[in-house]
Design a protein around this ligand. Structure first.
Ligand SMILES: [Zn+2]
Ligand SMILES: [Zn+2]
Length: 318
C-alpha cells in the first residue's frame, strides 16, 4: 500500500518520499538535504510532513518550493507549532512580482496546543487567509488512507506521523451465492453494524447478520515516521501507543551508543534505544535513519548493528 524511499544519501540530512498504491500523488516527509529527490517527485507531491524545523529537516524546503511553483493546485504542509510563520517567512524572503495567482496555493496545518490550526497562503502576497481550527487526531485525509500524529519531546515539539490505510471490506462468496447488488448492501450493513437489515439475494431474504460470515476484513497497512526525540519514558509510551504493530517504521538513530550522553544532552535517541522501542512496539519492519553527519561509513554501519541487536534482544528498556 505504502512505498517509502529515503531520498537523502547517507552523508546528507533526512528526507523520505512516500508513494501510495493506486494514487497519483507523492508525500514528502522532512525537507533535509536530499539530492536524490527529483523535480518530478516534488511536482507530484500532495502534502509535506515536517517533524520540526531544525535546519537539517527544513533546509531543502526552498528547493521543493521552487519545483512546486506552477503546480496550479493546493499543496498541504503539516508541522509543529510555529510552522505557519516559518513557511510564510521562508516564502516571503523571495520576490514574487511575476508569479500567476493560480501558480500554487499552500495550506499549512500547524499542531499547536492540542489543536490543528490551518491557514492558506496564496501568491503574490502570501497572507495568512481562511484561518480555521480543528480538533482531530487525523491531520490529513485522502480516500484510501489518513495520517495521524503524535507530539514527541525533542526539547521542542517533534511530530511523528502515522500513515494508515483504511481497512478493506471484502467478501468471500460461499457455495450457492453469486455476486450482485446484495454484496455492496451487505458490506454497508457490516460497516454500519446493521445486523437485522434484510438483504435480498436472488429474490431470497436474509438477515445481514446471517451473511456476515462471508465478510473478510483486510486490515489497512500502517507506516510510521518517527524523527528526533529524547529517548525517555514519556516519548516511548507515546510511540508504543501510536505505532504498536505497525508494518513499517522509519526511526531516527542520530547517535551511536557510545555517544548516548550526547544523545541525552540533545534530546535525541541513540541506536539501541531506538531498536528497543521498536521491539517493544512490535513493529514488523523497523528501519534506522537520520544518522549524525559526523559519522563515517564504518560508524554508520555500527549504528545499524547496535539498532538491530537491540531490536532482536529480549531485554527491557527500563
Ligand atoms: Zn532536531
Ligand atoms: Zn535531526
Amino acid at each position: 500500500m505504502f512505498k517509502a524511499e529515503v531520498k537523502s544519501q547517507e552523508n546528507e540530512d533526512i528526507c523520505i518520499l512516500i508513494n501510495v498504491e493506486n494514487h497519483k500523488y507523492s508525500y514528502i516527509c522532512e525537507c533535509g538535504e536530499a539530492k536524490k529527490l527529483r523535480v518530478k517527485e516534488c511536482q507530484d507531491t500532495n502534502a509535506i510532513f515536517l517533524s520540526h524545523t531544525h535546519i537539517d529537516h527544513f533546509v531543502n524546503f526552498d528547493t521543493v518550493l521552487r519545483h512546486q511553483i506552477g503546480a496550479n493546485r493546493k499543496i498541504v504542509i503539516c508541522g509543529p507549532k510555529g510552522i505557519i510563520e516559518q513557511v510564510q517567512n521562508r516564502i516571503k524572503s523571495y520576490t514574487w512580482n511575476l508569479i500567476k495567482k493560480s501558480a500554487i496555493s499552500y495550506e499549512v496545518r500547524e499542531l499547536s496546543n492540542g489543536l490543528i490550526r490551518s491557514v492558506v497562503l496564496n501568491p503574490p502576497f502570501w497572507k495568512q487567509e481562511n484561518e480555521t481550527y480543528f480538533n482531530k487526531s487525523i491531520i490529513f485525509e485522502e480516500k484510501d488512507f489518513h495520517v495521524e500524529y503524535e507530539v514527541l519531546d525533542h526539547k521542542i515539539d517533534s511530530i511523528a506521523y502515522l500513515f494508515k490505510a483504511k481497512d478493506k471490506i471484502k467478501i468471500k462468496l460461499e457455495k450457492g451465492f453469486k455476486s450482485g447488488k446484495w454484496v455492496s448492501d451487505l458490506k454497508t450493513a457490516f460497516i454500519k453494524n446493521n445486523k437485522e437489515q434484510v438483504i435480498l439475494v436472488d429474490k431470497q431474504e436474509f438477515l445481514a447478520k446471517n451473511l456476515f460470515y462471508m465478510i473478510k476484513v483486510e486490515k489497512g497497512k500502517k507506516l510510521g515516521i518517527i524523527m528526533d526525540h529524547a529517548a525517555n519514558k514519556e516519548n516511548h509510551q507515546k510511540i508504543k501507543a501510536k505505532f504498536f504493530r505497525s508494518d513499517e517504521v522509519y526511526i531516527e538513530c542520530f547517535y551511536k551508543d557510545e555517544d548516548k550522553d550526547l544523545a541525552n544532552k540533545n534530546y535525541h535517541s541513540h541506536a539501541s534505544m531506538s531498536g528497543q522501542i521498536m521491539r517493544e512496539s512490535e513493529v514488523k519492519n523497523a528501519i534506522p535513519v537520520h544518522f549524525s553527519r559526523k559519522y563515517r561509513a564504518k560508524e554508520r554501519e555500527e549504528i545499524v548493528e547496535q539498532f538491530e541487536k537491540a531490536k532482536n534482544n529480549n531485554t527491557s528498556i527500563y
